[in-house]
Every structure is written in structure tokens, then in C-alpha cells.
Design a binder for this molecule. Sequence first.
Ligand SMILES: O=C(O)CCCC[C@@H]1SC[C@@H]2NC(=O)N[C@@H]21
Length: 272
Amino acid sequence: MANSRYSDLDRPPLNAAALNRALVRPGSLWTGVTVVESTGSTNADLSGAAKEGAPEGSVLVAEAQAAGRGRLGRSWSAPPRSGLTFSILLRPQVPLAAQSWLTLMYGVAAASAVRRLAELDVRLKWPNDLLVGERKLAGVLAERSDDAVVVGMGLNVSLRPDELPVETATSLGIERAACLDRDPLLRAVLREVESHYHDWVDAKGDAEASGLRSAYLAVSATVGRQVRVELPEHQALTGRASGIDQWGHLQVESGGEHYTLSAGDVVHVRMA
Ligand SMILES: O=C(O)CCCC[C@@H]1SC[C@@H]2NC(=O)N[C@@H]21
């Protein structure tokens, strides 16, 4: 759906042909990049395509999403062409238990690409929110579809303050990033994902051996911090985030006890 407040000059379309030329090559993970003007949810579309046998490395990008899905049942929204909303289809040949690392890997890859191109100190709030300071720049949602995994990302690029879905969000534009051009940003994220994914699959999903765990810790905004973790079923835990275990789960020390959390919503607690 077009938004009359913005001209096409402010927000140029993605160049699908150039993205395919740059990314889809013999031996590359990426088998095809499809850009659609509008859809409900790229994650939903690619999950359907996965069931029909779409190949690993399919990438679906939407210039606008009407029903973008977020973590924990939330939604994801952004004005058309104001960000990057895209999903990838993977069929990882690693043990199922190790696959929880996929979503963290995506966060590491995206953070690394955005740090380099945007020249911003992007860090990860566990499991994979990209933050600038305490403000959310991007989110990642991984969903299983039979034997495939669809990983989607929403990255706020040119949103203005009055367009942010929540006060705690931000965009590359608001943060005065060195790059607001979505084509090179998307290429850089996908190239980083490919590199981390190959290393991780070669190591049979072992995040320690592939260097993924240390790469994650290097950009974590959560480990070492005082946190409040909102857990499913309205429970919450307050304590110190002490580490990430071999399955990508968050370790928290609270009241002399050690907890390991596989899901939850982290709030970084400010120390007085
Ligand atoms: O932070 C979150 O809650 C995750 C947000 C993930 C949003 C992206 S946008 C592209 C892809 N398609 C969806 O429906 N959701 C993800």
C-alpha cells in the first residue's frame, strides 16, 4: 500500500536484478532473491513455499508487509520501503538441538554487517534484537516449517521518529548511520549470514567449534548485565545475565540460584 507522505525519491525501490547478480552464484548459499511490492508476511509466505519444496537459500523480500509477525505473538510494522523486511529459507543438516543457534547466528551476522556499513555500535539483546544503545533497530523471527527453518528480519532503515511503532525503537536514519542504502545493507547481511552459516554447518552445529558462541558474546548487550526476563505464562526472573550455554540459552544468576532460559523477553535493568 502506498504511503502518500513519502515520495519514491526518499525511498527508492530495491533492485532485485542487481541483488540476484551479486548474491546468486555457483556454490553460493543463495538460490534466488524475490522482491515483492507487498505481502502479508514474508515468513508466512516462505514457510508455505518450504512445504512445497522451495530450495534452501530462497530469499523473499517485501517492500511492504500488511501482517508482519514478531516474536512472542507480536506484530512487526513499518511504512513501505522504510526498512528491510525479508526472510530466508534454510534446511540445516545439523542436530535439531543445535538449531536454536540459528536465530542467534542471524543476529550476529546482521549486527556485524550493520556495524560495518552503518558505522554504529550495534549490540544484541538476547536472543537477537539489534540495539543501538537501548533502542531496538531490528528484530529476528525464526520459525520451523517441516524440516526447514524460515528466518525473517525487520530492520528499520529510514523511519522518522513519528513513524516508529514504539518509543523504544530506532532507525538507521535517526541514528545518523553512514549508510541508508538498502541494497548494500541487504547484500552485506546476507553475505555475513552465508559465512557464519557455512562455518556452523561445517562444525555440525557446534557453536563453540565454529566460533559462533564467542562472536555472539563479543556483541552481546545482555551478558554481564542486570536483567529482568519476562517468561512465558506471566512469570518473571530478575538477576544477572551470566552467560550463554552451548544451546544458545541465556544463563541467569538470581538469589544464589542458576537458571537457564530458552525463551523470554529481556529487559536490561538500569543500575541506580
Ligand atoms: O523482533 C521481533 O519480534 C521479530 C520481528 C521480525 C520481523 C520480520 S519482518 C520480515 C519477516 N516476516 C515476518 O512476518 N516477520 C519477520
